[in-house]
Design a protein around this ligand. Structure first.
Ligand SMILES: [Zn+2]
Ligand SMILES: [Zn+2]
Length: 365
């Protein structure tokens, strides 16, 4: 079928929205009409050259929600008409990690990056040349394996759930699943983009006594307060390490780095009290390293990483939705801006300007 998709060609060049050709779903694959897709920073990492792995030309997008239009042979998880949310990691269901409640680390699916499991692509240009793709949510339609989809209810318009699969699960999940923040503890979060704001609301859900949000942009700190931050620090005005240690009477119990910055991660580690846990959530730059003082670790401090919020999408998305329906999880507030797919470059300008929590692309508009 003919559809339209946002294509990444080359770092530091505008993303191009073009007509594309989409092949039918094959075995265990699903054709989804994408209703909404979040403009996530991790898609932008290839565009700005922050991290490598930018295979091209590639149909972009990994966060989104839509409606199943057709299924290939053998699909059992969903049927046409089902509202679905995309989960960023595949879940084979049988590997060591899937079998131990850690599908975010699933290694049971062997495939080349940018291609489907059979080594081919479903997207091509009208001239027949290949387009690589992952979930390809920056497209009016996409074909994806059923193991990347979670069926959800239809009580609310599906676009409300556009960011569950990345921003929400990565941020809330890092706090609840990975670090397992305890009630009454103190939490500090570096970076208040879409994922950072969800780490903030995750800390609120976990019952943290102080939720300290740190950013360089006053507008993002404003969003952090909406999401429940009890304190904010503008790191362009204050040394965040000193400020956090001061606010928490000796260091935070948990800190989260949600930028992908080695210096911010070091600050997050240096702001811990003895026995505290620093958690890296942001996508690290390629080959980046940090050094930490061994003596700090000797006081029961921990430095851990969180991959996709240690999320279990089929378990976590339903409770997120329950919490949202009860007014205990903020989703509207995350969707500060809506744009048609054609305005994807403007969506990233919104993000870089810090004036939005998340821009949601609406490919059917
Ligand atoms: Zn993302
Ligand atoms: Zn698996």
């Amino acid at each position: 079928m003919r559809t339209k998709s946002a294509i990444f060609y080359k770092a530091k060049q505008p993303i191009s929205v073009e007509e594309t050709e989409l092949a039918d779903p094959r075995e265990l694959e699903v054709l989804v009409r994408v209703e909404a897709a979040g403009a996530c920073h991790s898609d932008y990492h290839a565009v700005d050259g922050h991290s490598t792995g930018g295979i091209s030309p590639m149909v972009m997008g990994h966060e989104g929600a839509g409606i199943v239009e057709a299924v290939g042979p053998g699909v059992s998880a969903v049927k046409p008409g089902d509202p679905v949310v995309f989960a960023i990691r595949p879940m084979c269901g049988v590997c060591k990690y899937c079998s131990t409640s850690r599908p975010n680390l699933c290694n049971g699916i062997k495939k080349e990056p940018g291609l489907m499991i059979d080594g081919t692509s479903r997207f091509s240009k009208p001239d027949g040349s290949i387009l690589y793709h992952g979930l390809a949510t920056f497209s009016a339609h996409t074909v994806t394996p059923e193991w990347n989809l979670v069926k959800v209810g239809n009580d609310v318009p599906i676009e409300r759930f556009a960011s569950l699969g990345c921003a929400v699960v990565t941020g809330v999940g890092a706090v609840i699943n990975t670090a397992q923040v305890k009630p009454g503890s103190t939490v500090a979060i570096w970076g208040c983009g879409g994922v950072g704001l969800n780490a903030v609301q995750g800390a609120v859900i976990a019952g943290a006594s102080r939720v300290i949000a740190i950013d360089l942009a006053e507008s993002k700190l404003e969003f952090a307060r909406v999401f429940g931050a009890t304190d904010t620090i503008n790191a362009s005005d204050f040394d965040p390490v000193e400020a956090v240690i001061d606010m928490t009477d000796g260091g935070a119990d948990y800190t989260f780095e949600v930028i992908g910055s080695p210096s911010a991660l070091r600050q997050a580690f240096d702001s811990l009290c003895a026995g505290g846990t620093a958690c890296m959530v942001g996508v690290p730059p390629s080959n980046a390293e940090i050094s930490i003082p061994m003596e700090s670790l000797f006081s029961d401090r921990r430095l851990i990483g969180s991959s996709a919020g240690t999320g279990r999408p089929r378990v976590d998305f339903p409770w997120y939705i329950d919490m949202y329906m009860q007014g205990r999880l903020k989703l509207e507030q995350l969707q500060s801006n809506f744009r048609p797919l054609e305005e994807i470059n403007e969506a990233y300008e919104d993000m870089l300007g810090g004036e939005v929590a998340r821009t949601i692309l609406m490919p059917q508009r």
